[in-house]
Write a protein that binds this ligand. Structure first.
Ligand code: PHE
Length: 473
């Protein structure tokens, strides 16, 4: 045990932790999902609710995961074994590993598409094309998707293979500032194109109509917050285990949440001014590939903007897949006692195999569908709508009721050496408010998904694309 501890890798600096954890949080969830949710759920009113969610729930849940990780100095399964020996709590960790595996499998499918679209952007293949039809044809190619997906998993593997400090931290410290600069540049470009559209876009984003706030909006904001902050499946437990004993966990949690939220708003500042405040109803991942190339290619300097945009998406996706893989690798290497490098190979090959079913399940004549739902949809549904929220509830219940106030305070104050002024209120939220709120999201998310599951991963209907395209003209 002692020997194991000595060898354990970790983050070298606080900036490194924040870059890596913000890298996990910032992903397709910010750049594609957030603007879409906002667009469909009342614009600025949604933004207000979302801000309340991330401040009052996001920070406490994030802090809970970091506390579990750092206190146990262990992967997401080992953490519960150490902190609650001989109990059923490690099941939460196993659920997280399974969830990480499922998210990685379908997330890498979409990440693979980004590779294809970078190539398309470079070879200028968008002009005058029917993008929705092209996207469908591409998905039907099946194996081509699988190859790009495998390439993306391989890239992720290279970073994780190198370790926490030399791989994940180094890579995030370069990629995250790059992503920020690219997004700011895109936002400036989008906002200086057409003053009428910019004004409409900004009003939509920042002028709230309070009458639009209802139960549905709150639930949506909660779901979005969890997915976007990578909460509920052990990413932050695993990353927390690499945080040094003298780092301030509360300010770390705060910085991650702040960075994630600012990037989501920045993505809104690219998209809404460009679209004049309109997004398609119930869009899916196809939205990125059907609408955006058109949007950018019709702007002056569009060729470069388009390449820029897809590279930015790839960076955002990569820093998220790195964290998903790290959850698997930390578990396999520490719990199954495998060398870290071998664990990386095993996790990558496993994801390539399972992930290929996700990719192939989106072909029109796919055999990989169960009860009319593609394997891709099922993976998305089970992980985002079931495992993440259940994991979230169990994590806060664990900290609030099992770990307890004393140990939580010790961890957030670094054994009394720093103040952590909000610790009492944060603990109250962890103990009472968060479990109740997340349970509500879980149940209603489930009911809602049943109702509108038909829209989740279907291509965006042509009329909707048309209406967005009209606003682009
Ligand atoms: N937070 C990531 C995003 O916004 C997705 C993710 C979820 C990554 C859960 C890791 C764990 O895209």
């Amino acid at each position: 045990m002692a020997e194991e501890k000595k060898k354990r890798d970790g983050f070298g600096s606080k900036l490194g932790i924040i870059a890596a954890a913000a890298g996990s949080a910032i992903g397709l969830g910010n750049i594609y999902r957030f603007p879409c949710e906002l667009g469909n759920n009342g614009g600025a009113a949604f933004l207000l609710v979302y801000l309340a969610v991330v401040i009052f729930l996001g920070i406490p849940v994030m802090l809970s995961e970091l506390v579990i990780g750092r206190r146990s100095q262990s992967n997401s399964v080992g953490a519960f074994k150490k902190l609650a020996p001989k109990s059923a709590w490690p099941v939460v960790g196993y659920m997280g590993v399974l969830c990480g595996f499922l998210i990685f499998a379908f997330y890498s499918t979409v990440s693979g598409w980004i590779v294809e679209y970078i190539i398309k952007a470079v070879s200028n293949s968008f002009d005058g094309r029917d993008l929705a039809a092209d996207f469908k044809t591409f998905k039907d190619l099946g194996w081509r998707n699988v190859i790009w997906q495998a390439l993306f998993i391989f890239l992720t593997g290279i970073v994780v293979f190198k370790g926490v400090k030399n791989g994940i931290e180094k890579c995030s410290k370069i990629l995250m500032p790059l992503l920020l600069v690219m997004l700011v540049a895109l936002a400036i470009r989008a906002m200086t194109l057409d003053s009428v559209k910019t004004e409409a876009g900004l009003a939509f984003l920042f002028r709230p109509d309070f009458s639009k706030i209802n139960g549905e909006v709150i639930i949506r904001a909660l779901g979005q917050g969890f997915f976007s902050l990578s909460l509920g499946m052990g990413v932050m437990i695993t990353y927390g285990s690499y945080v040094k004993k003298n780092d301030n966990l509360t300010s770390t949690a705060f910085s991650i949440v702040l960075a994630d939220t600012l990037i989501a708003i920045l993505a809104g500042l690219v998209i809404f001014p460009a679209l004049g405040g309109i997004v398609p109803k119930n869009p899916d991942f196809g939205f990125i590939f059907n609408v955006f190339p058109k949007l950018f290619s019709e702007m002056p300097g569009g060729y470069w903007l388009c390449i820029f945009f897809f590279v930015l998406l790839a960076i955002a996706a990569l820093t998220s897949t790195i964290s998903l893989l790290e959850v698997l690798v930390a578990y396999i290497s520490e719990e199954l006692h495998m060398k870290r490098q071998w664990a990386t190979v095993v996790a990558c090959v496993g994801t390539m195999i399972i992930g290929s079913f996700a990719s192939l399940s989106l072909m029109s004549d796919t055999p990989f569908a169960i009860g009319g739902k593609s394997v891709f949809e099922l993976m998305d549904f089970v992980s985002s709508n079931i495992l993440l929220p259940i994991g979230g509830v169990l994590i806060v219940v664990f900290v609030g009721w099992k770990l307890g106030k004393q140990k939580f305070f010790e961890e957030v104050t670094n054994e009394g050496s720093i103040k952590a002024s909000f610790k009492r209120i944060v603990f109250f939220i962890i103990r009472y408010l968060a479990p109740i709120a997340i349970t509500i999201v879980l149940i209603s998310g489930f009911i809602k998904k049943e109702e509108d599951s038909d829209n989740t991963t279907q291509p965006v209907p042509t009329e909707q694309i048309q209406s967005v395209e009209d606003t682009i003209q």
